[in-house]
Design a protein around this ligand. Structure first.
Ligand SMILES: *Cc1c(COP(=O)(O)O)cnc(C)c1O
Length: 362
């Protein structure tokens, strides 16, 4: 079976180093707020090109990273309950849940038909007097058109929160006001459990987030905000530090696999994705009008695929207030998208096997 994402194989090259690091952490007797998290925060800030070496705050997961930024902006008086935040209609629902959770109003807009990324024209069309922020998602590992998005943001004085859960390493310098990261095991940089982080050049924002994530506390037992508990543990930080050293190589391997798919899949029934200038291929999405059948037939040949994502947010019961909205591009992606295996542990033979199956019409 050619597994879609065999995490055991992906993590195998680091096993010895991870076990050593775990031993070190267990031995230290210190499991939260220790040296591993502190070191990971500064290594991650450095990797993301933040202005300061203290440009990152670790937290418990990617959804929390998004929620903490929005909550912090509310505490700082930059956002108020009911303000509108423009989001891509075709994102993973977590991006939108974060907006709702903060008491803000998500405004979904259609993506570009060719890149599946947030469409700047649709952002402009959706701006109202209540719009205060844009939430671009670098979906599937492709950088959104940040130049235009930032230009619109400047013109209308909007905050920009980038959802980077799928785009580790897609840029050497991120230009929005803040970036939210997930290190869920299946992401390009994945822990052995849940973990997340926020990066930003705004030191005040990061300080508020650090407090919010620690029960809203400025120092122990003194509570400035109604905060939450959201922290990364030492074990996850130790694992992430090891895997971070190899992230560029892993992303390069994903890009090599994607390049093979793009140049060698020749099947007129399939629509291949467009390679944007900056990409790390978290997911390799193809569109097929017979998606479900294609997935079944690939599976019969031992090739596992996934769907990202089968039901768009505006068709979920959670957002039933959007039931009457129509997003044809988003709906087409949901109905036709199929993700091919594309991960750093995939061999050339496995890449060839996928290409052969698709070219034979499966
Ligand atoms: C994975 C993901 C998240 C959520 O991250 P978690 O760590 O699972 O909470 C948010 N947004 C996008 C686009 C994601 O892919």
């Amino acid at each position: 079976m050619l597994e879609y994402l065999p995490l055991k194989k992906v993590n195998a090259p680091y096993e010895r180093e991870i076990l050593e690091a775990m031993h070190r952490v267990v031995d230290s007797g210190w499991y939260l707020f220790g040296r591993e998290v502190e070191a990971f925060e500064s290594e991650w800030a450095h990797y993301c090109g933040t202005a300061s070496t203290s440009g990152a705050v670790a937290c418990a997961n990617g959804l929390d990273a998004l929620r903490l930024v929005l909550r912090a902006w509310i505490e700082m008086g930059k956002l108020q309950q009911g303000d509108e935040v423009i989001v891509p209609a075709n994102t993973y629902i977590a991006s939108i849940l974060a907006v709702s959770d903060a008491g803000l109003t998500p405004i979904p807009v259609e993506p570009c038909a060719d890149t599946y990324l947030l469409n700047p024209d649709n952002i402009e069309a959706a701006i109202t007097p209540r719009t205060r922020a844009i939430l671009p998602v670098h979906l599937y590992g492709h950088l959104c058109d940040m130049e235009r998005i930032l230009q619109i943001a400047r013109q209308h004085q909007l905050l920009v929160l980038e959802d980077c859960a799928q785009s580790h390493g897609v840029a050497t310098r991120y230009l929005g006001d803040a970036q939210a990261w997930s290190f869920y095991p299946g992401k390009n940089l994945g822990a052995l459990g849940d973990a997340g982080a926020v990066t930003s050049d705004d030191g005040e924002l990061l300080q508020v987030i650090r407090q919010l994530a620690f029960y809203g506390s400025e120092r122990k037992y003194v509570h400035r905000y109604k905060g939450v508990n959201s922290r990364m543990d030492e074990l996850q930080a130790a694992v992430l530090r090891i895997k971070l050293k190899d992230l560029d190589r892993c992303n390069q391997r994903r890009c090599d696999i994607a390049a093979h798919y793009l140049s060698e899949i020749k099947n007129p029934d399939l629509l291949l994705p467009v390679a944007r200038q900056s990409h790390v291929w978290h997911i390799f999405p193809i569109l097929s009008p017979d998606r479900d059948q294609l997935q079944r037939r690939l599976s019969e040949q031992g090739i596992q695929t996934q769907i990202h994502y089968p039901i768009p947010p505006h068709r979920q019961r959670a957002y039933r207030e959007w039931g009457a909205l129509q997003f044809p591009i988003t709906e087409r992606i949901a109905a036709q998208e199929l993700s091919l295996p594309c991960h750093p542990a995939q061999t050339d033979e496995e890449v060839a096997q996928v290409i052969l199956a698709l070219n034979r019409g499966v």
